[in-house]
Design a protein around this ligand. Structure first.
Ligand code: ASP
Length: 329
């Protein structure tokens, strides 16, 4: 029988206390054995309690610890399933995809919108599907949810309470788990399996909005190691002098301080093109990098990861604009 490592990090899937009480982390593995005994017919499992937190408590340092744990344990298994809250699952999946280059086994993240102990829970099918993907799916970091398998660094959470909680706007699913299961080949990793778990958390994700006053940012910038600007559309932001709210000065100040800036988009489909408009040209003139079709959460995580691994600004830029784990087109 194939061997699967099941690492629990927390999330609604393992919580107790649905309305009128509040949902809180609860004992998970006993419940798992009671609710889905047939899992033991699919594979031989080792269950590991890594943490038991609401995923809004996740931190970059915890991604590193999780990557280290997976790197140390995976050689004894055919694949891994990581249970995780849905709120920040997209960030963790992206982080693992960068921290485990050359991954040669499936690592499948899953969670649920409704706890496993509830009758109408989606946890049961998500877990069975995630195990199926860990046994038969592509050898990369993926997210299994609502009968679909997605590339981990391409997903975003799109629903608070419906069961199709994730989508992958710029990359097709890597698997469909319906009556039949079908999986794509997935990312073709170059080079051997390595651990690159360092992370620089001092990166800010700035959402551009009408009324944003650049003065608010001038004292923030010196505290940062990197900045991701989530701009409008193709990478737009105000550059007109009329209202005193041009953001061009933010790019200029960051450039002067040696802080790398990446531009992502608030639009979910397609990608940033900094050559299209005046604002994009201004960003380029101040050394900004395009996040292309990466999600902004993925761009944030990639910049945090790149900063920890590349001291040289040119090397960091090369890393950021390259496709290293299937995260950008
Ligand atoms: N707040 C929960 C979490 O992310 C939501 C979920 O798991 O669906 O941990």
């Amino acid at each position: 029988m194939k061997r699967i490592l099941l690492i629990h990090t927390g999330g609604t899937l393992g919580m107790a206390g649905l309305r009128p009480r509040v949902l809180k982390p609860a004992a998970f593995f006993k419940l798992l054995k009671e609710r889905i005994p047939e899992l033991s017919g699919l594979a031989s499992f080792e269950l590991e309690l890594f943490s038991n937190i609401d995923s809004s408590e996740m931190q970059p340092e915890i991604w590193s610890a999780l990557a280290k744990r997976l790197y140390a344990r995976l050689k004894h298994f055919d694949g891994a399933v990581v249970t995780h809250g849905t709120d920040t699952l997209a960030y963790t999946a992206a982080a693992l995809s960068f921290m485990l280059p050359g991954l040669d086994k499936p690592v499948v993240l899953t969670g649920a919108q409704r706890p496993l102990r509830e009758v109408r829970s989606d946890a049961r099918l998500n877990l069975i599907d995630a195990v199926t993907a860990a046994l038969q799916g592509p050898q990369e970091v993926t997210v299994c949810f609502d009968s679909r398998l997605y590339r981990g660094n391409r997903v975003r959470k799109v629903s608070v309470s419906e069961y199709d909680a994730f989508d992958s706007p710029n990359f097709p699913p890597l698997g469909v788990l319906g009556v039949e299961t079908r999986f794509e080949k997935g990312w073709h990793a170059k080079g051997p399996f390595k651990l690159k778990a360092e992370i620089e958390p001092a990166v800010f994700l700035l959402k551009v909005f009408p009324g944003l006053n650049p003065e608010w940012l001038s004292s923030l910038l010196p505290k940062l190691k990197g900045l991701v600007v989530e701009a409008h559309g193709a990478g737009n932001f105000p550059v007109s002098k009329k209202w005193g709210r041009s953001l061009e000065g933010v790019f200029a100040q960051a450039y002067q301080l040696g802080i790398p800036v990446a531009v992502a988009s608030q639009a979910h489909r397609n990608g940033v093109d900094l050559s299209l408009y005046e604002a994009g040209q201004a960003a380029l003139a101040h050394g900004a990098m395009s996040a292309a079709d990466m999600t902004s959460s993925c761009a944030l995580v990639k910049l945090m990861h790149g900063l920890a691994h590349f001291e040289n600004p040119a090397a960091l830029r090369r890393y950021f604009v390259a496709n290293s784990a299937g995260e950008r087109g």
